[in-house]
Design a binder for this molecule. Structure first.
Ligand SMILES: *[C@@H]1O[C@H](CO)[C@@H](O)[C@H](O)[C@H]1NC(C)=O
Ligand SMILES: *[C@@H]1O[C@H](CO)[C@@H](O)[C@H](O)[C@H]1NC(C)=O
Ligand SMILES: *[C@@H]1O[C@H](CO)[C@@H](O)[C@H](O)[C@H]1NC(C)=O
Ligand SMILES: *[C@@H]1O[C@H](CO)[C@@H](O)[C@H](O)[C@H]1NC(C)=O
Ligand SMILES: *[C@@H]1O[C@H](CO)[C@@H](O)[C@H](O)[C@H]1NC(C)=O
Ligand SMILES: *[C@@H]1O[C@H](CO)[C@@H](O)[C@H](O)[C@H]1NC(C)=O
Ligand SMILES: *[C@@H]1O[C@H](CO)[C@@H](O)[C@H](O)[C@H]1NC(C)=O
Length: 283
C-alpha cells in the first residue's frame, strides 16, 4: 500500500481504514486456517503412527478392523473409534475398547493435542506406557486396563492438570508409585489394581483431595495403610486388598467419613482395628 494514502483527506481515511481492517480480517482467517490444517496433518500422521504400532504384533493382526477402516481415502474423523469436535479439526476422543490390538502404544499419540479421552481397554497391547502420554494437555480420561502393558507407570502421568480418571488395572505394570510429583488437581478415580506395583503409597497422595475412588488391590505394595490417605475426605471407595501392607491400620481412617466401600483383606496387617472405624457411618 502507498504511504501517500496517509495524507489523503478524511473521507478517504475511512476508506483506508476499512481496507486495512479487511486486510487484517483476511490475514487472521488465513492464519487460523493454516493453523487448523497444521493440526489436521499432525493428527493424521499421529493416528497413522498409532495404527502402525498397535497392529504390528501377532499373526491375527493383519485382518484387524482398524487396518481396513483407517484408510486415508476418508477423513480421519469418520474412522471407527475416533471422535472429533464440531468446532475444531482435531481428534478429541479415541475409543478402541476391545479391538484386538496386538502391538505397542505409539509415543506419537501425544501429538493429538486436543485429545480428552483415551480408552484402549481390553486389547493385547504390550510394551511400555509411553512417557509422552503425560504431555497431553487436555486429557481427562486415560483407560488402558486389561492389556499386557509392562514396565513402570511414567511419572508424567501423575503430573497432568486435566486428568480425572486413570484406569490401568490388569496389566503387568511394575515399579513403585512416584514418591515426589503427584500433581493431579482434578483427579477423582485411580485404579491400578492387579499389577506388580511395589513400594509404599506415596505421601503426596494426600494432596489429591478430589479423589473419590482408589483401587490398588492385587499388587505388592507395602508400608502402612492410610498414613497418606487420612486427608482424602471425599473418598467413597478404597480397595487395598491382596498386597503386603504391614503394621496397624491408622486411626486416620476415621476421617474418611464418606467411605462406602473398604477392602483391606489379604495383607500383613497387625495390631487393633481402630475404634475410629465406627465413624464411618456410610460404610
Ligand atoms: C509429532 O509432532 C512433532 C512436533 O510437532 C513432529 O516433529 C513429528 O513429526 C510428529 N510425528 C507424528 C508421527 O505425528
Ligand atoms: C469405518 O467405520 C465407520 C464406523 O463404523 C464407518 O462409518 C465407515 O464407513 C468405515 N469406513 C471404511 C472405509 O470402512
Ligand atoms: C474383551 O474383548 C473380547 C474380544 O477381543 C470380547 O470377546 C470380550 O467380551 C471383551 N471383554 C470385555 C469385558 O469387554
Ligand atoms: C507378567 O509378569 C509376570 C511376572 O514377572 C510374568 O511371569 C508374566 O509372563 C508377565 N506377563 C506378561 C503378559 O508380560
Ligand atoms: C509438571 O507439568 C508442568 C506443566 O504441565 C511442567 O511445567 C512441570 O515441569 C512438570 N513437573 C514435573 C516435575 O515434571
Ligand atoms: C491435606 O489437605 C490440605 C488441603 O486440602 C493440604 O493443605 C495439606 O497439605 C494436606 N495434608 C498433607 C499431609 O498433604
Ligand atoms: C482428621 O480429623 C480430625 C478431626 O476432625 C482433624 O482434627 C484432623 O486434622 C484430621 N486429620 C487429617 C489428616 O485430615
Amino acid at each position: 500500500m502507498d504511504v501517500h494514502a496517509f495524507v489523503f483527506p478524511c473521507n478517504q481515511c475511512l476508506l483506508l481504514f476499512l481496507v486495512v481492517l479487511l486486510l487484517h480480517v483476511f490475514l487472521f482467517s488465513a492464519i487460523s486456517a493454516i493453523a487448523a490444517l497444521q493440526d489436521n496433518s499432525n493428527d493424521l500422521s499421529s493416528l497413522l503412527a498409532f495404527k502402525a504400532a498397535s497392529t504390528s504384533g501377532g499373526d491375527a493382526s493383519s485382518d484387524n478392523i482398524i487396518i481396513a477402516n483407517w484408510t486415508t481415502d476418508a477423513p480421519f474423523c469418520t474412522w471407527i473409534g475416533i471422535g472429533c469436535s464440531r468446532r475444531r479439526p482435531g481428534v478429541i476422543s479415541l475409543n478402541l475398547n476391545s479391538f484386538s490390538l496386538q502391538g505397542t502404544i505409539s509415543p506419537y499419540l501425544s501429538n493429538l493435542s486436543f485429545l480428552s479421552s483415551l480408552d484402549l481397554s481390553n486389547n493385547s497391547l504390550s510394551g511400555i506406557i509411553p512417557e509422552t502420554l503425560g504431555r497431553l494437555p487436555r486429557l481427562v480420561t486415560l483407560i488402558l486396563r486389561w492389556n499386557l502393558l509392562s514396565g513402570p507407570i511414567p511419572r508424567s502421568i501423575f503430573n497432568m492438570s486435566s486428568l480425572v480418571s486413570i484406569g490401568l488395572s490388569s496389566n503387568n505394570l511394575s515399579s513403585s508409585l512416584p514418591t515426589l510429583i503427584v500433581m493431579l488437581p482434578r483427579i477423582e478415580w485411580i485404579s491400578i489394581s492387579d499389577n506388580l506395583l511395589t513400594g509404599h503409597i506415596p505421601a503426596d497422595f494426600a494432596r489429591c483431595s478430589t479423589l473419590q475412588r482408589i483401587c490398588l488391590n492385587i499388587n505388592k505394595l507395602t508400608g502402612s495403610v492410610l498414613s497418606s490417605l487420612g486427608n482424602l475426605s471425599k473418598l467413597v471407595h478404597l480397595s487395598l486388598g491382596e498386597n503386603q501392607f504391614i503394621r496397624a491400620i491408622s486411626t486416620l481412617i476415621g476421617n474418611l467419613t464418606k467411605l462406602q466401600y473398604l477392602f483391606m483383606g489379604i495383607n500383613n496387617l497387625e495390631g487393633k482395628i481402630p475404634k475410629e472405624l465406627g465413624n464411618l457411618v456410610n460404610l
